[in-house]
Ligand binder design. Structure first.
Ligand SMILES: NC(=O)c1ccc[n+]([C@@H]2O[C@H](COP(=O)([O-])OP(=O)(O)OC[C@H]3O[C@@H](n4cnc5c(N)ncnc54)[C@H](O)[C@@H]3O)[C@@H](O)[C@H]2O)c1
Length: 450
């Protein structure tokens, strides 16, 4: 088989234009590749066709508008253009059920539709996170449904996505892409594709299954590392030691081929990946008789953080001589992580719910999140601005810190709060100097692990 991707001018079809697919599609188009994006969501396609983007990823709406204007990106709900493509990249959603089992619908329907339009020489690259074995055992037979044979007529590779929201467009052009091919030749073709069209390094795996497992190990490690930081923070609070100091000192010391890299504690772990991928791995292991106790332990530790943060607020209010049911709490930042407006599985929601259950009046503000989504998820009318949120507040709780908050006039905000006001740092974000200036303004500072 001769791969079509080695021609100078190629067309790439990106199937699934969510977070990952949009970023991949616009980055390739921006690099001069002709891209056809395909998604079953007609309203999303209509928006992108008009050069708009609903995702709150920094730089993404601007890039969508730009590549639509240059004509390098076309978008459609129709699968027919798959037959024009030289490479087909798939980034449909892969949610899991309560028990960790993959919800297969999106993968199955995408693979079936692509299979109907495949032609010889094409390379299909799966990016959706799946339980190891899925690409070979489920995807390949569905792709072959159109009559072509995998490995003979077309190529199939698995290349996990590592981008993290808030920094996606930079990471997509910087992070090496892990590649596992159906066979060595296909793996090498996929590596040529990413190197030449996206300008990134590649890391080769000897099998599709190894590459699938790399993705799950990534998120297992991140979730576990954050759980470690969170439990350390709780312990440090109990012994009166600053967890951030301990982490910084620990991370300074070389270990093995690198250094220990303990991440930061925080309000909890959310988003669409870290909350599901460890369970996907756990389930896949369980089906083979292997119990991954560290997955369970990390998920439990991280899921306990919103409750812990709500307690920090209620305890802090009590120390100020008031109680939650007589207090107003202003929450700044609602997204699951800093510098994104994504509210999917955000750990800030259970914090807000617990505070409201304790009787607090809660005002919420997040300049990056969609106001309609805030209304839907939180059942609250978002404050129009930070001043409105903090007016009369007994606690200012920072649960996600966005870069634009750095412009906030803390002295001005302090003037609007109640006379006694708790400052809750839910992301262990502030350095000693800032904490000092906050306390200088009369805030009572409390942070996770501090
Ligand atoms: N979001 C992240 O930061 C991230 C990071 C790394 C990996 N991943 C993984 O990448 C994959 C995609 O994630 P996402 O966040 O972009 O998901 P998403 O839910 O934002 O997007 C999925 C898109 O696929 C579309 N779709 C569903 N079925 C389709 C079909 N049959 N044909 C065409 N389009 C279809 C949906 O309409 C949606 O727009 C998942 O497997 C996820 O685990 C996500």
């Amino acid at each position: 088989m001769r791969f079509l991707l080695d021609r100078e001018e190629i067309t790439v079809s990106v199937v699934g234009l969510g977070y990952v697919g949009s970023c991949v599609a616009v980055s390739l188009a921006d690099n001069g590749v002709d891209v056809v994006g395909i998604d079953v969501d007609a309203s999303l396609v209509e928006e992108m066709d008009a050069g708009r983007c609903r995702l709150k990823e920094p730089g993404l709406p601007e890039l969508v508008a730009r590549v639509r204007e240059t004509g390098r990106l076309r978008v459609t709900t129709d699968y027919a253009p798959v037959s024009e493509a030289d490479v087909v990249v798939v980034a449909v959603g892969t949610p899991v059920q309560e028990n960790g089992a993959l919800v297969e619908t999106q993968v199955r329907s995408a693979a079936t539709e692509i299979g109907r339009h495949l032609r010889p020489g094409q390379l299909v690259i799966f990016k959706s996170t799946v339980p190891p074995g899925t690409t070979r055992d489920m995807v390949a037979p569905l792709l072959e449904g159109g009559g072509l044979t995998c490995g003979e007529d077309f190529g199939l590779a698995f290349c996990p996505e590592r981008l993290s929201q808030g920094n996606a467009l930079a990471e997509i052009r910087r992070l090496p892409v892990v590649v596992g091919g159906w066979d060595a030749r296909t793996g090498a073709a996929a590596e040529r594709f990413w190197r030449s069209r996206l300008g990134v390094e590649t890391v080769s795996c000897s099998s599709i299954e190894a590459a699938e497992t790399v993705k799950l190990l990534n998120n297992w490690w991140i979730d576990h590392n954050i759980a470690l930081a969170n439990e350390l923070a709780r312990y440090c609070s109990a012994i009166g030691v600053d967890a951030m100091e301990v982490i910084a000192a620990t991370n300074e010391v070389p270990k093995g081929r690198g250094s220990i890299n303990v991440l930061s504690p925080g309000v909890g772990v959310g988003g669409s990946c870290l909350t599901k991928d460890p369970w996907m791995l756990w389930r896949s292991a369980r089906e083979r008789g292997v119990h991954l106790s560290t997955v369970v332990a990390a998920r439990e530790a991280n899921d306990a953080m919103p409750g812990y943060v709500a307690e920090l607020v209620t305890d802090g209010l009590a120390a100020l001589g008031t109680s939650a049911d007589r207090s107003r709490v202003a929450v700044l930042g609602l997204s699951f992580k800093n510098n994104t407006g994504d509210l999917r599985a955000t750990p800030t929601l259970p914090v807000v719910s617990a505070l409201r259950e304790a009787g607090a009046e809660v005002a919420v503000f997040d300049p990056l999140a969609d106001p309609d989504e805030i209304r839907k998820e939180f059942g609250l009318e978002p404050s129009a601005g930070v001043e409105e949120a903090v007016a009369g507040a007994h606690c200012l709780a920072v649960l996600a810190w966005h870069d634009e908050f750095a412009e906030l006039d803390m002295a001005g905000l302090r003037a609007l709060t109640a006379p006694e006001c708790l400052f809750l740092d839910g992301r262990a974000h502030f350095d000693d100097q800032t904490i000092e200036s906050l306390t200088g303004l009369g805030f009572t500072y409390r942070g996770i692990g501090r």
